[in-house]
Design a protein around this ligand. Structure first.
Ligand code: EPU
Length: 304
């Protein structure tokens, strides 16, 4: 079945048939049939409102660094292309969701503001990091987040301070049709040399414990409470387990890497095998930390 797209939607800048291999760090997946890239908040709002009016389901893509796509995606995909400008007011740093996450951490360090060092090795976009409440080395976004703007599923723009329950470990309520537009961090005055040293230390730690030279999507599974997914997978003897070009990294077992030509099906099979083996060996059901997009059997959409 083919369904026509409304004119308001087609006015938003978009591209057709973009391979997910180019939109994600892992480099697997089929085609993104409709990629909408609004350059202003108003265009983003027009996109969400038009989809809501038409009852179209759609998805948000950030930097594609925490995403495994398992096929073609027929429905509209929104990727904000807002100008990547961060702005400082005293100790507060505000940036649009499309700002690079690592670039933001570097800008804060340059400005002598401490508190975002943890973010300096986490790739992707700021919007994706807020949405996932990204974190590393015992710190996460909710520790510094003081305000954020987002669109509701109906396209209403909301700006607010975070409230209890909205952000927990690698989770926020900013899913299900909500789109982060921008975020403000409250940071502390710091010595630029000390901040840079901490950033360098975190980078060094990541460089030695994570397979950064191969395409990957970061940690694939969440750490079960009080445990480490990496250790459980490692101690189940799964490092180096390979399905085609997809492999459990010999460096860090919670990273599945793409040796170059891995397919979505190979990744799906490798994830299933790891989950099954950890369940059998340790009785622990690992939950995906990455977002997974399975191909949707919905109607294909038609422009003019
Ligand atoms: N370990 C092993 N074998 C492995 C990997 C790890 O035994 O193959 C052990 C380590 O020796 C260590 C423990 O497991 O004792 C924890 O490992 P690590 O310090 O690497 O941290 P992690 O819990 O695996 C978490 C985040 C990472 C983040 C690091 C650093 C999750 C799922 N992972 O990893 O985040 O970079 O801490 O703070 O929360 C991500 O979110 O994508 C991600 C990679």
């Amino acid at each position: 079945m083919t369904r026509p797209l409304p004119d308001e939607l087609l006015k938003v800048p978009h591209r057709r048939d973009v391979p997910f291999a180019r939109l994600t760090t892992l480099g697997v997946g089929g085609l993104c049939r409709w990629l909408f890239e609004p350059t202003t908040e108003l265009e983003a709002q027009a996109f969400v409102r038009a989809c809501a009016r038409e009852g179209l389901s759609w998805r948000v893509l950030g930097g594609g660094s925490n995403l495994v796509v398992l096929g073609d995606v027929e429905g509209p995909v929104l990727r904000l292309a807002l100008p990547k400008v961060a702005c400082r007011e005293g100790r507060r740093f505000t940036a649009p969701a499309s700002h690079g996450h690592i670039a933001l951490a570097e800008a804060a360090a340059e400005a002598g503001l401490a508190g975002l060092e943890f973010a300096s090795g986490i790739p992707g976009s700021l919007g994706g990091a807020i949405r996932m409440n990204a974190g590393a080395y015992g710190r996460e976004w909710i520790d510094v987040l003081v305000r954020y703007r987002f669109l509701t599923p109906e396209g209403e723009l909301v700006e607010k301070a975070p409230e209890p329950g909205e952000f927990t470990y690698r989770w926020s309520f900013l899913t299900g049709g909500r789109v982060v537009l921008s975020a403000t961090a409250e940071l502390a005055d710091g010595n630029p040399a000390t901040i840079r040293a901490k950033v360098a230390e975190y980078r060094e730690k990541r460089g030695t414990s994570q397979p950064l030279s191969r395409r990957n999507a970061g940690c694939i599974f969440k750490n079960p409470p009080g445990q480490s997914a990496g250790r459980l997978i490692d101690q189940a003897g799964l490092k180096g387990l390979r399905v085609g070009d997809a492999e459990v990294s010999p460096e860090h077992a919670n990273f599945l890497v793409n040796h170059g030509h891995a397919t979505a099906a190979e990744f799906a099979e490798l994830m299933d095998r790891v989950q099954a083996a950890v369940l059998e060996r340790w009785g622990v059901a690992l939950e995906a930390e990455v977002e997974i997009w399975r191909d949707d059997p919905g109607a294909s959409l038609q422009g003019h």
